[in-house]
Design a protein around this ligand. Structure first.
Ligand code: KMH
Ligand code: ZN
Length: 308
């Protein structure tokens, strides 16, 4: 784990599969916009970009061709570490969700450690006005959203990552996911030490308070011990993203910001893009005298070739 002045691995989650493009023009849609948002976030200081794929109308897609186009487009322009989702969106099958990783060969890919409710729009009175039919369908399925990650799916994805030489990032939304990580390590499906991404504040997972973060942080140390390499913190929504990010930066943890999880830079102002959220996290890190890890530093930590 990181000492108080160690560099922070800063992840920019640029696309996501849950926010709706009608909510903000900052949601990048189509491969060119996703590449542009990723490169801008890297230039603003991100160590890693975490990405999903979306069609031109913003609909999440599992298209292996698009993931390949995005990842190669990023790699042509910068050396940022690339983290591709297997979460996709909740209406994708497991077969669909792994295709993008197999095709695009990212440095890191996400491994979601449990089935859960995953409600982004639970209150109809607060539904945003939307332009696209598919967005209306997303809103109307609220109240019955399940993000399915069976043990079989988790094992299948973890095994595929090992075969591909892709580093798993364990997405932890709740306490039970830490026990799942322990089980997978003990049965040999995962090899430690592992990297965890806490995703806090999803309705269906743990809450987004500092108390929730520290309860999970202490449980991770207790359950995983020396099998834990790094903990990153992604707060969902505003003000959780930057507040939990600040606490993480002050507490020896890594940080995730970006449009996937949060559309606002201030209470009443939307972020222009993920790069603006990255710049805010960089400014917090500077005040705490914790530099941001370079992609080369993280590659060395991951045992990857130092250049992509
Ligand atoms: N979109 C969520 C259903 C990941 O990238 O693996 C899951 C997710 C986490 O976004
Ligand atoms: Zn994601």
């Amino acid at each position: 784990m990181r000492a108080p002045y160690d560099p922070i691995v800063l992840t920019a989650a640029v696309t996501g599969g849950d926010v709706l493009p009608s909510q903000s023009p900052a949601v990048p849609c189509g491969p060119d916009a996703i590449v542009e948002a990723s490169v801008a976030a890297a230039r603003a200081g991100a160590t890693v970009v975490h990405l999903h794929a979306r069609e031109a109308d913003g609909r999440p897609t599992a298209s292996p061709r698009m993931f390949t186009e995005i990842v190669s487009g990023i790699r042509e322009q910068c050396d940022v570490v690339v983290n591709v989702t297997t979460g996709g969106s909740v209406d994708m099958t497991a077969d669909q969700r792994i295709e993008g990783v197999v095709a695009s060969r990212p440095d890191i890919a996400t491994l979601n450690l449990g089935t859960m409710n995953f409600e982004g729009f639970p209150n109809p009175a607060r539904w945003p006005a939307v332009r696209h039919e598919w967005e209306k369908e997303v809103l109307e399925r609220s109240g019955s959203v399940v993000f399915t990650n069976t043990l079989g799916t988790i094992r299948r994805f973890a095994t595929a990552f090992a075969e591909l030489g892709v580093t798993p990032e364990l997405e932890v939304y709740d306490l039970s996911h830490l026990s799942m990580a322990r089980f997978l390590l003990d049965e040999g499906t995962l090899t430690g030490p592992v990297r965890i991404q806490f995703v806090l504040g999803v309705l269906g997972g743990a809450g987004g308070s500092p108390q929730d973060l520290f309860a999970l942080r202490e449980a991770a140390d207790r359950i995983l011990g020396t099998d834990l390499a790094a903990v990153s913190v992604a707060g969902v929504g505003y003000p959780g993203q930057l507040r939990l990010g600040a606490i993480a930066a002050a507490s020896g943890m890594d940080v995730r910001v970006g449009i996937e999880d949060n559309l606002r830079i201030r209470r009443r102002r939307q972020a222009a893009d993920s790069a603006e959220l990255v710049a805010a996290a960089v400014a917090i890190a500077e005040q705490l005298e914790r530099p941001i890890a370079t992609p080369a530093q993280l590659r060395a930590e991951l045992g990857l070739p130092v250049t992509a």
